[in-house]
Design a protein around this ligand. Structure first.
Ligand code: CP
Ligand code: NVA
Length: 303
């Protein structure tokens, strides 16, 4: 049996595979695709954390492609009572055609993929959020015509989103500037690997990162699972709010991205998220289109 193709991290796809995925997603978005590559197929969606966008976009996406999606809260399946991941992987592989998982430890997703005989998709771990960054890249392509020669600024926590942006910059070759407070910088291995592939700067000064940038990107200061650190993080991230003053230092045509959910008055001002440069609703919509393309590539009937 050949091993299935997984999507756990952006570098699981080559540059040209990513470009094809964006082309397919764009076709799907403009209604120029009526295939049902998931007909008769089911995606299982394991969630150990909350979700609005990921859950709804995968479920609707599977439906629109002729398939079906099954919501599996880890609180309700035996995984949540300690059934080993490797057993869950082998059992679910006998029923399903693909698994999307959102959980804490990235190693758990790797273990699921190692033991599954069907494709596994990472729907967010503490380390990475690759499906979101696919949607963000499609949004950049739509808004700015592409990322070649563009500067992307990340302002805030060096979290799962920042790590996935690093992976995207490394593969696609655009400049990434990260502004993160000391102690909240991205994963060191991912940072170093991508620094060897493209121009990456890490600073503690949001203005330095944002100056002349074409994309200004942020996320919550306390991610899911870090709620008890909220106050300490709010102190550490003082001065990191993306507000109109910071946006004014960026390129005149700069866009604002946020994966959502957002905390207005913390990492982003009301004026920026609701303002003319914000692309957050397109970004959220694009989750649907990129994930339909992704499911078609990984799970689809190739006829
Ligand atoms: N951006 C994102 O993944 O949103 P959800 O947590 O609502 O899925
Ligand atoms: N960094 C955030 C992203 C939410 C979509 C988290 O992990 O909670």
């Amino acid at each position: 049996m050949t091993s299935p193709r997984h999507f756990l991290a952006i570098p699981d796809f080559t540059r040209s595979e990513l470009l094809s995925l964006f082309d397919l997603a764009a076709r799907m978005k403009r209604g120029d695709y009526d295939g049902k590559p998931l007909a008769g197929r089911t995606l299982g969606m394991i969630f150990a954390k909350s979700s609005t966008r990921t859950r709804v976009s995968f479920e609707i996406g599977a439906y629109q492609l002729g398939g079906h999606a099954l919501f599996l809260s880890s609180r309700d399946i035996q995984l949540g009572r300690g059934e080993p991941i490797r057993d869950t992987a082998r059992v679910l592989s006998r029923y399903l055609d693909g698994i999307m998982i959102r959980t804490f430890d990235h190693a758990d997703v790797e273990e699921l993929a190692r033991f599954a005989s069907i494709p596994v998709i990472n729907g967010l771990t503490d380390l990475l959020h690759p499906c979101q960054v696919l949607a963000d890249l499609l949004t950049v392509r739509e808004s700015l015509g592409g990322w070649e020669g563009k500067v992307v600024a990340w302002i805030g926590d060096g979290n799962n989103m920042a790590n996935s942006w690093l992976n995207a910059a490394g593969i696609l070759g655009f400049e990434l500037r990260l502004a993160c407070p000391d102690g909240y910088t991205p994963n060191p291995e991912i940072l170093e690997r991508n620094r060897r592939l493209t121009t990456v700067t890490l600073t503690a000064d949001p203005r330095e990162a944002a100056r002349g940038a074409h994309v200004i990107n942020t996320d919550v200061w306390a991610s899911m699972g870090q709620e008890q650190e909220q106050e300490e993080r709010a102190r550490a991230f003082q001065g990191y709010m993306v507000d109109e003053t910071l946006m004014d230092t960026a390129d005149t045509n700069a866009i604002f991205l946020h994966c959502l959910p957002a905390h207005r008055g913390e990492e982003v001002s009301e004026g920026v998220i609701e303002g003319p440069r914000s692309r957050v609703w397109n970004q959220a919509e694009n989750r649907l289109h990129v994930q339909k393309a992704l499911m078609t590539i990984l799970m689809g009937d190739r006829g």
